[in-house]
Design a protein around this ligand. Structure first.
Ligand SMILES: [Zn+2]
Length: 125
């Protein structure tokens, strides 16, 4: 289904809202960790062609989640210096490193899809 060209910013805003970057339609996840195969509104296939397509989303997830974790730890250390609560950071750091990728997972899928649509606007069906 041909749709008008969507501005890049609009695609990324839609992706941050867990919506289809191409049409803005919702309900594209059947659960927090499971994305539907295609958009229920515009029919866009979310796995666009080749094997290993979701690897890019996993990289997005890992980089963003660990960047947030590292930034939080560094900010805490800098803001509380020289009395850094090391015992608290020893617990919260690993917990955050595990929880953040889980929380960020659906956003990484939609953001990677927006990134891919930006670079490859034609669907490779
Ligand atoms: Zn759509």
């Amino acid at each position: 289904m041909p749709l008008p060209i969507v501005p890049r910013r609009t695609m990324f805003v839609r992706a941050m809202r867990r919506r289809c970057p191409r049409c803005g339609g919702g309900n594209i996840f059947s659960s927090w960790f499971r994305m539907r195969e295609e958009c229920p509104t515009c029919g866009l296939h979310f796995v666009r062609g080749e094997d290993g397509y979701t690897l890019g989303a996993l990289w997005f997830n890992l980089i963003a989640a660990e960047a947030v974790t590292t930034t939080t730890l560094l900010a805490t250390a800098i803001l509380t210096w020289p009395d850094v609560p090391w015992s608290v950071l020893q617990v919260t750091g690993p917990v955050e490193a595990v929880v953040m990728p889980l929380l960020f997972f659906p956003f990484s899928r939609t953001l990677f899809l927006a990134f891919d649509l930006w670079l490859r606007p034609e669907p490779a069906t």
